[in-house]
Structure formats: C-alpha cells, structure tokens
Design a protein around this ligand. Structure first.
Ligand code: URA
Length: 232
C-alpha cells in the first residue's frame, strides 16, 4: 500500500493533506529522514512531526465510560468518541465500541478496529462474562438469583429466553450480575421483569479485564496478553 493511503486510513488526514505533510518533510523515519519511497515502510519506522504513529490496525483499547456519554459516532450530545483522540473516529477500518453501554451506564467499554475480534468478544457462544454492579430502587425480594439463573426468563417483546445469568446480592439494594450475552438494555429490563428498577449501572469487568485504576473518562491500550485473553 502507498504511504499516503496508509496514513490516510489511520486518520492522519485526507490524501491531499498527507501529500502536503510529506512535501513539508513532516513524515520521516526514526532518524528524522523524510521518506523518498512512496511505498509504506514498517509501521514502527514512520514518524510524523517526530512522533511515533498510533498503533497499527488491530488495536484494542479500554475506556472508562462516564455516565452521560452515548456509544455512537453521530448522535446529538456527548459521544464516547469525544473522549478519544479525534483520529480514531477517522480510521478505516473504524475504531468501534465492542457492544454498547447505555448513556446512563458507566464502566468498561472496549474499542477495536478488528472486526473479527469484535465478533469473537460479543458472540454469546464465547460465554465471555461481563460483570455489572447494580444499584436498585427497591429491596431485592430474594428470588431474583434463581429467576436469573433459570435460563427461562423472557424479556418483554422477545421470543427467546435469556441465557442463565449469575446474581450476587451485596446489600438489599446492591448486586453484582454476570451476563454472557448483551441484549438491548438487558440488565435494566431483567430487573424490570422482577418488579424492580435500576438506579445506577456500572460494568466493572469483561472476561479477565478490569478498569483497575483507570479513572472515569480515561482510556488506555490493551497489551498483547490482554488482547489474547479476549480470544481464549
Ligand atoms: N444492560 C443495560 O441495561 N444497559 C447497559 O448499558 C448494559 C447492560
């Protein structure tokens, strides 16, 4: 692939803008020499204005999504993309959220430009656990864990029962729930189905991955081991 096209697909600008950056000798190797060849060299050799490039295609990152941000590229209001470098919205393939969190849900949200990995993570066949902390409007009755574990709970307007989900009661109005699928507003609708109402919802884990020290609104790349853990 030509270098201009490669950089354009990484979101560094239109082809014309990148031609101009190259003419201004802003696209150089690690020793600061502008590239004479038009073919793409090794990704790690390319520097723009002295800075290494963003990761090559196949990147995965985690964001600590705050409440109030929407998982979309173009809705009105605050978007999860506003919390990431602008270039990530311009990459081809796009850096997309892996599944969705509602605007009013906080927590761990993965992004990747790798379509196959995205599919592997979201597929219910993988049984990758997603763990949520829930705060409820009313005290738990005591039978919710059995109902959620039964594999027979049917959500309103759906025709297929939910897969069994594990509920750990922390206090009468706080619980942790582990899902292996990701249906629309699933946790909120599950508690609605047992006569309760979710006041706040936070995803704290996907598979082995946790937010740990990552503060709300911050993000970081996953390392190779973390990426591999999502496919195991
Ligand atoms: N379940 C929900 O209801 N909302 C989310 O954002 C995620 C799971």
């Amino acid at each position: 692939m030509k270098l201009v096209k490669y950089l354009s697909r990484l979101g560094y600008g239109s082809r014309r803008e990148i031609e101009a950056m190259m003419a201004d000798e802003r696209v150089c190797d690690r020793a600061g020499q502008p590239f004479a060849e038009r073919d793409t060299p090794a990704h790690d050799d390319i520097h723009i204005d002295g800075e290494a490039l963003d990761p090559a295609p196949g990147l995965v990152l985690m964001l600590h999504k705050p409440v109030g941000y929407v998982c979309s590229t173009k809705d009105a209001g605050r978007l999860v993309y506003d919390l990431l470098p602008r270039r990530f919205r311009l990459r081809d393939p796009l850096v997309s959220p892996v599944g969705r969190l509602d605007r009013d849900t906080s927590g761990l949200l993965l992004f990747t430009d790798d379509g196959q990995l995205l599919h592997r993570i979201t597929s219910p066949k993988r049984h990758l656990p997603k763990v949520y902390e829930v705060e409820l409007a009313s005290d738990l009755r005591g039978d919710e864990a059995d109902t959620f574990a039964s594999g027979t709970l049917m959500l309103e307007s759906e025709t297929r029962a939910l897969a069994p989900a594990e509920l750990e009661v922390l206090t009468p109005r706080r619980a942790r729930i582990v899902l292996i699928e990701g249906r629309y507003h699933q946790v909120r609708r599950m508690f609605a189905a047992v006569g309760n109402h979710v006041l706040s919802l936070h995803r704290c884990r996907i598979g082995m991955l946790e937010l740990a020290e990552l503060s709300a609104g911050s993000w970081r790349y996953l390392d190779d081991q973390e990426i591999a853990s999502l496919s195991q």
